[in-house]
Design a protein around this ligand. Structure first.
Ligand code: DC
Length: 236
């Protein structure tokens, strides 16, 4: 990690925010526009939750959970079509199923799971600039990242976006009211958990996407990243 003015600076563009805020689309498009690696940490919590559920692991701290974590081998960003694999199993599609969201929210509250993924996430960000998306990237995983954005949007807008996504994936049962309730509940859990809660870093730029176009957002964030990178002498 480069040392600038006696401070370590991580070459990470940290993008945090609640689900449905548009942060995943922003993170992906920004990474694309800048031609840098995109790292989706939510996918890691989802994949762990999926496997734990399959293996009927009880989601509480203890020897069984540690044994489970030690038995895992995660591969992230294997290829264009394989985002995440655990113990050789491609979970890229399965992690998007609706029930996995709730399971991921529960598993993400466990300190040993967070510690396990924290180490993994840090190992992925090497010498090159990357975009890392999650809930605690700017506060816990890389508090020294050179660029931080906290993305948000109103609950109603976020529920509508989620509904559209689920309909596209073939789920035609769940209603907008149910989703809005899920969104509220998940926010509450994510913001109030004792370890690494969802929180804007003091030095992150806050961006409400409720009324902004994706094109404008990418343009604005891209310029900000380029400016900071040039100032620090980072190649983009
Ligand atoms: O962003 P997402 O919906 O795919 O995240 C799934 C769950 O994982 C969500 O409940 C929050 C949790 N998560 C987290 O606690 N920390 C992260 N860095 C990323 C996700």
């Amino acid at each position: 990690m480069p040392l600038i003015n006696n401070k370590h600076v991580a070459k990470v563009i940290a993008i945090d925010g609640p689900s449905g805020s548009g942060k995943s689309t922003i993170a992906k498009e920004l990474a694309n526009a800048l031609n840098v690696l995109y790292i989706d940490t939510g996918a890691m919590f989802r994949a762990l939750a999926y496997i734990a559920d399959e293996q009927k692991i009880i989601l509480k701290e203890g020897a069984a959970l540690n044994e489970f974590l030690n038995s895992l081998k995660i591969d992230y960003g294997v290829s264009e079509s394989v985002l995440i694999r655990i113990n050789g199993l491609d979970l890229s599609e399965k992690i998007r199923e609706h029930h996995v969201s709730g399971l991921a929210s529960v598993i993400s509250q466990l300190p040993s799971v967070r510690k396990y993924l924290l180490d993994f996430q840090r190992s992925l960000a090497l010498d090159k600039i990357c975009v890392m998306e999650g809930r605690d990237i700017g506060t816990v995983v890389f508090p020294d990242s050179f660029c931080k954005f906290f993305i948000t949007a109103s609950v109603d807008i976020r529920a509508e976006r989620r509904l559209k996504q689920l309909r596209e994936n073939g789920d035609d049962k769940i209603t907008l009211t149910q989703i809005a309730e899920d969104v509220r509940l998940r926010d509450e859990t994510d913001m109030n958990r004792s370890v690494a809660p969802l929180k804007k870093a003091d030095d992150a730029m806050l961006l409400d996407t409720s009324a902004l176009s994706m094109k404008d957002i990418i343009h604005m964030l891209g310029n900000d990243v380029k400016f900071r990178a040039a100032h620090l002498g980072f190649n983009l």
